[in-house]
Ligand binder design. Structure first.
Ligand SMILES: [Zn+2]
Length: 112
């Protein structure tokens, strides 16, 4: 007899979906969320490409960062006091852009 379909993998995928929808996974492990390489926002609904816009820093990927580095876009955002961009998506209740950057590993504490 044949080996049939890889039943085990199907089962695993289903379990992962169940766990995610049950809200047991931390937000940054949700598979349908994306990390913004500019501001470190972890809940971009679309990947940072193809003119998708980060609701946090407002970077339009492929446009805002065309010809410049993500670091330069980030520096400009920070120079404007790191405002929340989207009028439609609300920031997390305790949102702090600087902590978000640190948690994403984009800012290393200054050494003296
Ligand atoms: Zn962003």
């Amino acid at each position: 007899m044949g080996h049939g379909l890889p039943e085990k993998e199907t089962c695993t995928a289903f379990q992962r979906i169940w766990i995610t929808t049950a809200g047991l996974a931390p937000s940054f492990e949700r598979e349908n969320m994306h990390l913004c390489p500019v501001c470190g926002y972890r809940e971009m609904p679309d990947p940072p490409e193809d003119f998708n816009i980060c609701p946090c820093c407002g970077t339009e990927f492929g446009y805002t960062n065309a010809g410049v580095t993500n670091e330069q876009v980030r520096a400009k955002w920070l120079s404007q006091n790191a405002p929340w961009f989207s009028p439609d998506i609300q920031p997390p209740a305790d949102w702090n852009p600087h902590r978000q950057l640190v948690e994403a590993g984009f800012i290393v504490g200054s050494r003296r």
